[in-house]
Design a protein around this ligand. Structure first.
Ligand SMILES: NC(=O)c1ccc[n+]([C@@H]2O[C@H](COP(=O)([O-])OP(=O)(O)OC[C@H]3O[C@@H](n4cnc5c(N)ncnc54)[C@H](O)[C@@H]3O)[C@@H](O)[C@H]2O)c1
Length: 437
């Protein structure tokens, strides 16, 4: 393909040089003439592993050149990839001036172009920016409609400076958020033969994926450093601890515990988190990230409470009470906490939980329930259908297929607050909501 790359910084130069290496004909664009001259002389304007050699070879082969003219680049290419900077201001807001300007320039050139052209944005921008900033700027200056008259994609970049060429050649994943199927296919075509998983999704989802990634990376660094600082105070080798920690790819370095849902609880997480925070305080070790976890969890319970109360119903049905399905353990269950707060607000609550009911019958958890939660014990009902029938709002606290069948069948039409996402694709129904999807 003939591709123009706007912005010859870290992302743009690597993108341009590596695409040229794959056999495409690349024209780079930058407002800084020195960067354009560097590329045209076969020199990389950035310092990166392997990039000098690739830039020199591709310029010599005639597959990589640069210009300061957006119009020349648009008319000489079928696809444009935008890699201009999005630095943040003092409040953290990304500065979209460069993205806006480049969108206006590309749009102006598209006004005179009859052939189909695909615009791909790779700069990191907040979710919604494509819709509210990029698309209007392109449409206004092109006098055309993105998605209809020209293609538009958001395509986040996951390369890391220092190993960016290797990351470009083997990205951890390829994410394409597209306004239209034709441009998604054109962009996906660039990656034929790549072993990386490819996801074609909505534009806002693709915008958000990039931030979820980077926030998670930052969180991991902070978490590792806080555990390490505490280890140091205790004379424990943090690298040995984290090496063992990272070997667990089932529960630690894995999708486990990452799907948005409800608060954590149970007999271990709350207690052990408290113990770590206690130990850190005793050793005068600051752990602001780890210290904030419980507060975040409590706020999630409050979020659920506020949502239930906002519906104005006082008859509440709860499906699932233990902290996770498959257990009767009620210790520090966030659902118990939620039920107690609802009762405190004057709600009439009925609960179904097969395991808790069985435990009560068999005496397993009987003593605990009767000593600690006698008021809740009285609210347990054996039949989930009657819980649903009597309720103005149903709260789902356990991802059980029986509950899904009940709510899709006899319970259809009820107001549902699903804390566990019973369905992968939740019903598009105003009466159905979660608190974090
Ligand atoms: N650096 C990284 O490792 C990395 C990784 C992934 C994503 N990103 C994102 O990619 C984007 C680019 O990052 P970068 O580090 O390459 O930025 P950079 O500041 O190194 O480069 C941006 C380039 O865009 C040029 N530019 C500005 N306005 C222009 C215009 N109207 N026309 C043509 N060129 C123009 C600038 O002169 C500059 O050379 C940012 O949104 C960044 O958040 C960066």
């Amino acid at each position: 393909m003939r591709i123009s790359v706007f912005g010859l910084g870290y992302v743009g130069v690597v993108t341009a040089a590596c695409l040229a290496e794959m056999g495409h004909e690349i024209i780079g664009v930058d407002v800084v003439p020195e960067k354009v001259e560097a590329i045209n002389s076969g020199e990389s304007p950035i310092v990166e592993e392997l990039i000098n050699e690739i830039t020199a070879a591709m310029a010599a082969a005639g597959r990589l050149r640069a210009t300061t003219s957006a119009a020349e680049a648009i008319l000489g290419s079928e696809m444009s990839i935008v890699c201009v900077g999005t630095p943040s201001d003092a409040a953290g807001k990304p500065n979209l001036d460069y993205v806006t300007r480049v969108s206006t320039e590309i749009g102006a050139a598209l006004r005179d172009k009859a052939d189909y052209h695909v615009v791909v944005v790779r700069s990191t921008i907040l979710p919604g920016s494509m819709e509210t900033v990029v698309t209007p700027a392109l449409n206004a200056s092109a006098g055309k409609l993105a998605g209809d008259d020209f293609g538009l994609c958001f395509h986040p970049e996951f390369l890391r400076e220092g190993s960016s060429v290797r990351d470009f050649r083997a990205p951890p994943k390829i994410v394409i958020g597209a306004a239209d199927a034709r441009s998604a296919q054109a962009l996906a075509g660039l990656y034929q033969g790549f072993p990386s998983p490819l996801f074609i999704t909505g534009i806002k989802t693709a915008e958000m994926v990039k931030y979820a990634d980077n926030v998670f990376h930052a969180l991991k660094v902070a978490f590792g450093n806080e555990i390490g600082t505490l280890c140091r105070a205790l004379g424990i080798d943090s690298h040995e601890v984290m090496t063992i920690f990272c070997q667990d790819t089932r529960l630690n370095i894995s999708p486990a515990y990452l799907m948005p849902g409800f608060a954590y609880g149970g007999s271990c997480l709350p207690k052990d988190l408290r113990a770590m925070n206690y130990l850190a305080r005793a050793r005068n070790v600051e752990m602001p990230v780890i210290r904030a976890i419980q507060d975040s969890n409590d706020r999630h319970i409050l979020r659920a409470l506020d949502l239930v109360l906002s519906l104005g119903e006082t008859r509440i049905g709860v499906l699932g009470l233990s902290f996770k399905p498959g257990t009767d353990d009620l210790r520090e269950s966030p659902l118990v906490e939620l039920v107690e707060r609802l009762i405190g607000k004057g709600c009439r609550v009925r609960i179904h939980d097969e395991n808790v009911a069985l435990a009560r019958l068999r005496g397993g958890n009987k003593a605990y329930i009767e000593a600690r939660l006698p008021h809740i014990s009285e609210l347990l009902v054996g039949d989930p259908e009657s819980v649903v029938n009597e309720a103005g709002v149903v709260i789902v606290g356990a991802a059980l297929s029986g509950y899904a069948d009940l709510l899709a069948g006899p319970g259809r039409g009820k107001k549902i607050i699903d804390l566990v996402r019973l369905w992968r694709q939740p019903p598009a129904d105003d009466a159905y909501q979660g608190i974090c999807w």
